[in-house]
Design a protein around this ligand. Sequence first.
Ligand SMILES: *Cc1c(COP(=O)(O)O)cnc(C)c1O
Length: 456
Amino acid sequence: MTSPLAGDLAALPDLLQTTRDYAVSVLAGLDDRPVARDPASVPAAPLPAEGAGTAGALAEFQRRWAPGFSGSAGPRYLGFVTGGTTPAALAGDWLTGTFDQNGSNRSGSSAAALEDETVGWLGEMFGLGAEHSGTFVSGATMSNLVGLAIAREWVGDRRGVSVARHGLAALGEIPVLSGAAHSSVFKSLSILGLGRDSLRPVATLPDREAVDVTALAAALEALDGSPAIVVANAGTVNTVDFDDLRAILALRERYPFWLHVDAAFGGFAALSPAHAHLVDGLAEADSVCVDLHKWLNVPYDGAVQFTRHRDLQVRVFQNAAAYLPPITGTPDHFHLTPENSRRLRALTAWFTLAAYGVAGHREIVTRAIDAAHHLGERLQAVPGVQLLAPVRLNVVCFAVPMDVTDLAQAVADSGEAFLTPTVYQGKPALRAAFSNWRTTRADADRVAGLLENLLP
Ligand SMILES: *Cc1c(COP(=O)(O)O)cnc(C)c1O
């Protein structure tokens, strides 16, 4: 063993203690760390020839890189849709690396069974039934990709072609219908060879991002019985709008289509008694995408992919080889997703669910919804500010009487909060998305006060 590695092995308990102490100081200082940092340039260092050992690496990280890291784990990082890490999820993350299990298969470890238990818990929490099986992936983009890959195989089946065996050329065009699809759906269609242009946008309801189901029915009717993929949205990023899943499901009696639901963060509406109706029907979707590094508050990266058609999933993703276990009974995870070897991502979710249960996670969800509504109410009283949609769940989308990029920059420069700009119905706007377990009404008040100060 080279000397820094041998030295580290001998000093392992001390090194872990030092790292732990540093992590504690980072979390204790979260309130003082600027919520966002200007990504100032750190000159690249040369490849270390000998290495400095863990203590040296930690010192260098603290000196060169840590100062530029944002406070995105804290309560006022409201850009994109950004969760945090609950204490239990952090403990689970440390142990994921500590045990370093390969979650790809069931040989020689019960790690894959822990993933099954976790997926079962999550399915139950989101109101899915026993017909849905699930697997962990790295994010909602991957979950959409996997769901749409299975959908592609299903359409092929209807036309007597296996895309998994014969490729896309044997199939021709597949129509994909959606109201206000997330950008990751277009990316998935590009990767899957269906093409971004295969998505045919369907009209949304007036002043809404929810699909107009009458227009969707007309688009399906025009396909003349040809099977299609419908991507329904359960929580759009701009205004957290929900398609009417029940009404879409009713169309399945007349038209053949695969229903994929992107419930990346909107799926968590199932936890709030006042909002659970928004995801009514989710259990009947063919595939469902839910992100976990957003509203479950596990660290990056983690999401879950659910489907009712595991047989087709195995057809697409199977990875058979002489040295790998054969596919019998419950398929190993490497027959279900793009990855082969993979991190045991389920452990962070397992820890947070074991620690806080449904009740604890319901509290996180309802507190975020409350904070969003509170900010919405405060902003409505600010002259010149206009909410572009009612606060439906956990996002406030608003127009301001100044350049939104300038305002977003001023918010970031203040170090107190972080918001991201968007365009909604042609209007430049700002979004404040609430999904961190630490966020309270007091944070919403601080953000409202900050915006009042910065606005003309
Ligand atoms: C965030 C999000 C995605 C993409 O999620 P990643 O985890 O960043 O891959 C997809 N769909 C919706 C609705 C989202 O909010």
